[in-house]
Design a binder for this molecule. Structure first.
Ligand SMILES: NC(=O)c1ccc[n+]([C@@H]2O[C@H](COP(=O)([O-])OP(=O)(O)OC[C@H]3O[C@@H](n4cnc5c(N)ncnc54)[C@H](OP(=O)(O)O)[C@@H]3O)[C@@H](O)[C@H]2O)c1
Length: 312
């Protein structure tokens, strides 16, 4: 199916498949993930990706203590059992890459789509070499010989790293090239990078409360055939404070949302340019909740307006 026809089908939610193990996940009292995850197409390759991923900033920044690592093992077990694959991390997130490398089982290593980053602030003109060394270290820590997606974190030393990433992609050491940011003030830069460099992936912030990306960035990604990863779909958890005293409205059930987390994630996934959303959590109950958002129906324009109004 080509991209235009894909989008014309009324959103990529039209495509679901895989997740043979869906329905096996059950923990912490959350609803098990009963249906296959929505798959979205990566425009530059045509292959698909489960639309719910996992962020590691915060929850995976733990030490060697087994009491801190045990819940993360359960998070990963539930995540892969539901058919999800994309995990986002970075050398910026202290121990997260090392923890992930330690916790992923061989079977999970074979399934995972690692999205890590290169991040070299203050490199003093030696960004290219520092980036190479850092990316080699990330692969060692992650115990992952070929990284699926390497992203330039917050656009730091972009041109130096893009040279390396293009070479590494040609050599088969990485599969895809991406760039990331997390603020709306970065959008003008992201827009010119998309137009100039046409990366495989772009990662940025988008939520029911911060919808600036709908104006130019998301339509541009769809138009140029760039895959989109969304961070901060919960505004780093702040969205839950905004609805703390509000019961889940009855209209949420009309698009299959059973929690506010599912409302917020389904809101993001309803945009047809979005490929994958990466909520961060270290709790098995919450990862199951989040995975549930990647199944079944998605909100239509009326529902999306109701979500926005509920936050007002
Ligand atoms: N520049 C960049 O490249 C960049 C910048 C920002 C973020 N990111 C990536 O995007 C990921 C996500 O962004 P984020 O970590 O800033 O924030 P986020 O995903 O918007 O929010 C994470 C917060 O939501 C809570 N949460 C998760 N699932 C929940 C649920 N079902 N119910 C209630 N609370 C829930 C988590 O708490 P619990 O742990 O208690 O569940 C955590 O406090 C990051 O981890 C990182 O991988 C990248």
């Amino acid at each position: 199916m080509d991209r235009r026809r894909f989008i014309a089908l009324g959103g990529m939610a039209a495509v679901t498949a895989g997740a043979q193990d869906a329905g096996r996940v059950s923990a912490g009292g959350a609803h098990p993930v009963q249906a296959p995850l929505i798959l979205r197409r990566i425009p530059s390759s045509g292959t698909t990706l489960p639309a719910i991923g996992l962020g590691t900033s915060g929850p995976f920044e733990v030490g060697a203590d087994e009491s801190a690592r045990a819940p993360l093992r359960e998070v990963l077990k539930a995540f892969f059992a539901a058919g999800a694959t994309l995990i986002d991390t970075s050398p910026m997130y202290s121990s997260a890459e090392a923890v992930l490398g330690d916790l992923l089982t061989p079977a999970q290593q074979a399934q995972v789509f690692i999205a890590t980053k290169v991040w070299t602030p203050g490199s003093g003109g030696a960004a290219e070499q520092k980036g190479v060394e850092q990316m080699q270290r990330s692969m060692t820590l992650l115990k992952h010989k070929r990284v699926e997606l390497m992203q330039v974190h917050n656009l730091v030393d972009l041109d130096a790293h893009l040279r390396t990433l293009r070479r590494w992609k040609a050599e088969g050491r990485i599969q895809y090239i991406g760039v990331t940011h997390y603020t709306t003030s970065s959008y003008p830069d992201l827009i010119s990078i998309i137009e100039r460099e046409k990366p495989d992936f772009v990662q940025f912030n988008y939520s029911a409360a911060t919808r600036e990306a709908e104006k130019r960035l998301l339509p541009l990604c769809a138009d140029k055939g760039v895959a989109v990863i969304i961070n901060r779909a919960f505004e780093d958890g702040r969205l839950f404070e905004q609805v703390r005293d509000k019961p889940l409205p009855p209209w949420a059930a009309e698009f299959g949302a059973h929690s506010w987390a599912q409302v917020f994630l389904k809101f993001v996934l309803a945009h047809p340019a979005v490929t994958c959303v990466i909520p961060a959590t270290g709790k098995v109950r919450n990862v199951i909740d989040n995975l549930g958002a990647g199944t079944g129906a998605l909100p239509d324009a009326r529902h999306r307006a109701q979500v926005v109004a509920a936050l007002g």
